[in-house]
Design a protein around this ligand. Structure first.
Ligand code: NAI
Length: 396
């Protein structure tokens, strides 16, 4: 079929298998160009199909020559209906890994469930023995709790008072004021249950109890801090509470891994266009301005540049892992640079529908958004009839 982007609200409901393949190949080429990393050799990535998780898997495999198991929740294709992009990304990743002689298997299902955890443990036991790096990169709006069976929904809201600020509809380029009502009822608790540290801890406990963690095993999950412009809706909002919980969980996991000298880290990453971040109000305007400044400064990175730097310059340096005063790894350092932030804050006050495509990088935002779904890649002929029924070799 001829596959074109089809938008519903902020989401694209189609994905292009060849474009997703190109995306994966480009990321592999980047990692390969940066040389080998003496790092983990057996890696489990939870949330491995898009965004930071996919980039972590690619860096593990093509930077460290690691065997990887990827867990994700993606929609397979059916006749006349494309898969979700993470499905095609994972199919392409496995093909490339297999060609390079690297072990790569994937599990598609709800990582919050006991069943998927057990399936993953069984696969590790059968194929890899023990894991030396676990990346936890889930981003989900819902979680059905495996003990209570209750389905919790996260919300992206400020706490305490209404937050009013500018945002942009990145499709139309319209800058407008938005007011977000504060959270209420169990919103904070639910958001912490979905996006906080409990599930990460459950994974690590299950792996440890099954003796599937190698001595010195490391686990990393991802967090965000960001600027004062977005803090009401992000770091000081409901999602920020979940990130606080995630960061506190790192210490608990490190304690629980003492016997094997294991270590849990949170890495604070840069704001990037992913399916998760485009759903957060105000963030797209911030990202458009940030991209413009960081590209001009030469310090802009995408997911793959961030994860390659995390591995090469933070996790596997031969020395201690550098952390901030709260024990967090920081690869958001270039975003948080005072000069970059001051420039973004200045542009923030000036941004209008009329001038945003000039003072901000609206084009870059849109390009990254389309790229998430496999559209807009050089080297892909989008007019060609394309097979949508691409399978993932370890799943089909
Ligand atoms: P993403 O939406 O690109 O990826 C989410 C991944 O989780 C996908 O592989 C998806 O299949 C998987 N997933 C979702 N629900 C699942 C479930 N129930 N079971 C199994 N897999 C499931 O998200 P992104 O942006 O890469 O986020 C990953 C982490 O990075 C999150 O913790 C996020 O808060 C954090 N982060 C994101 C930033 C951004 O600007 N995008 C900045 C800093 C941190």
């Amino acid at each position: 079929m001829i596959i074109e982007p089809r938008m519903r609200g902020f989401i694209c409901t189609t994905a292009h298998p060849k474009g997703c393949e190109q995306n994966v190949k480009n990321q592999i080429a980047y990692v390969t160009s940066k040389g080998k990393i003496e790092g983990a050799k057996k890696v489990l990535v939870i949330g491995a199909s898009t965004g930071f998780g996919l980039a972590s898997r690619i860096t593990s495999a093509f930077g460290c020559d690691a065997a990887t198991i990827g867990v994700f929740f993606e929609k397979p294709p059916s006749e006349g209906k494309t898969a979700s992009p993470g499905w095609y990304n994972s199919a392409a990743f496995e093909n490339e890994a297999n060609k390079a002689g690297l072990y790569a298997k994937s599990i598609n299902g709800d990582a919050f469930s006991n069943e998927i955890k057990q399936q993953t443990l069984d696969l590790i036991k059968a194929d890899l023995g023990q894991i030396d790096l676990v990346i936890y990169s889930l981003a989900s709006p819902v979680r059905t709790h495996p003990v209570t069976g209750i389905t919790h929904r996260s919300v992206l809201k400020p706490i305490g008072k209404t937050f009013t600020n500018n945002t942009v509809d990145f499709h139309s380029g319209k800058v407008s004021e938005i007011s977000i009502e504060p959270c209420s009822g169990d919103d904070i608790e639910n958001t912490v249950i979905v996006m906080g540290g409990e599930d990460w801890e459950m994974w690590m406990t299950a792996l440890k109890n099954a003796d599937l963690l190698a001595p010195g095993a490391t686990t990393v999950s991802y967090s965000y801090i960001g600027s004062s412009l977005t803090e009401a809706v992000y770091r000081k909002g409901t999602i920020g509470r979940a990130k606080d919980d995630m960061e506190a969980t790192a210490f608990k996991i490190t304690d629980s891994l003492k016997a094997i000298s294991g270590k849990a880290y949170v890495s604070v990453n840069k704001a990037l266009v992913t399916q998760a971040s485009s759903a957060i109000p105000v963030i797209p305007l911030y990202i458009s301005l940030l991209y413009k400044i960081m590209k001009a400064e030469g310090s802009h990175e995408g997911c793959i540049e961030q994860m390659q730097r995390l591995f090469q310059e933070r996790l596997y340096t031969n020395g201690a892992v550098p952390v901030d005063e709260q024990g967090r790894i920081r690869v958001d350092d270039w975003e948080m640079d005072a000069n970059v932030q001051a420039q973004v804050a200045k542009l923030w006050l000036e941004a209008t529908t009329e001038n945003l495509s000039e003072i901000g990088d609206l084009e870059g935002y849109r390009k990254d958004f389309y790229n998430l779904f496999g559209f807009g890649f050089e080297g892909v002929d989008y007019n060609l009839d394309t097979n949508e029924l691409v399978q993932i070799s370890s799943i089909s």
